[in-house]
Design a protein around this ligand. Structure first.
Ligand SMILES: [Fe+2]
Length: 283
């Protein structure tokens, strides 16, 4: 014989199951159709050793990992450029992975990126996907035609408010040819220095060659899908397992890893919106 409270229990079970299925459906809808298309601006105070006080609060917009696909990412990129130009940044730094696997998106992407405006210039470095797709020289020529300075194992001295700020960039790390000595050549030890290195875990190697600097990186996409509340991200990508997202400090230097704006493989993001990282430098 069935007990009298079996029916309410069954009803409760079905309601709970419906709720779980509904939550999973909503999360999938968000991850596949909403989050990959909406960027957010993060605001970060980053200390830069030796920064002259006259450059305090210098505004740097840091973008990375566009993985630009013209058929899917055009609206996202247009909205990002609009938001960045509204910030009126002093500098814009692009830390690699502009494409996924082919060069067809580069020309339309650069036509969009050429709309970016910054008071003291736009600088870019190689990412591993770029290096797996075409040569560094190919990217350098293409970007520099659009007034974006492209550094590969090189540095440049920017004159801002009559002060010097050094920006240096390695080649990509994953099967690339990074050369820290060549990258840092001629930079005085007491100069303010920002390095651009696509893969963040190379920070440990850069520290062997130079302390007192700030490294800007991408590559990890912040995990691309994070577990909300506990804010956990999987550590799956080579050279992006130690420094996943945000700011880390070691030995008078720091590295900031952005979530980037694009996606690889499946176009999915969860609890990890495309990021326009706005850094305010602190002396
Ligand atoms: Fe990458």
């Amino acid at each position: 014989m069935k007990s009298s409270d079996e029916k309410p229990n069954k009803k409760r079970f079905l309601t709970r199951r419906k709720f779980i299925y509904g939550a999973i459906g909503a999360a999938c809808g968000d991850a596949f159709f909403i989050e990959p298309n909406i960027s957010h601006i993060s605001k970060n105070l980053l200390k830069l050793p030796h920064l002259p006080t006259s450059l305090n609060n210098l505004k740097i917009v840091h973008l990375s990992d566009l993985h630009y696909k013209p058929d899917k990412d055009e609206n996202l990129l247009i909205s990002i450029i609009d938001k960045v130009n509204n910030i009126k940044p002093d500098l814009i730094i692009l830390t690699g992975d502009y494409v996924d696997h082919d060069t067809t998106g580069i020309t339309p992407m650069l036509e969009h990126l050429s709309q970016l405006k910054a008071n003291h210039g736009i600088l870019a470095c190689m990412g591993n996907h770029d290096g797996w797709t075409a040569s560094g020289q190919y990217f350098k020529n293409a970007f520099e035609k659009h007034n974006i300075q492209f550094l590969i194992n090189q540095n440049t001295a920017l004159n801002i408010n009559n002060e010097t700020l050094y920006i240096a960039a390695t080649d990509f790390i994953w099967n690339g040819n990074p050369n820290p000595l060549q990258t840092l050549k001629g930079i005085p030890s007491n100069a303010p220095l920002i390095t651009m290195v696509h893969e963040p875990d190379y920070f440990d190697t850069m520290l062997k060659h130079r302390d007192h600097h700030l490294q800007l990186s991408g590559h990890t996409h912040g995990g691309q899908c994070r577990v909300p509340i506990i804010n956990y991200a999987p550590r799956t990508v080579k050279y992006g397992k130690k420094y996943i997202y945000g700011k880390y400090s070691r030995e008078n230097s720091s590295v900031f890893v952005t979530k980037g704006t694009g996606t690889t493989a499946i176009r999915v993001r969860f609890s990890c919106l495309p990021e326009i990282a706005l850094h305010h430098l602190q002396a």
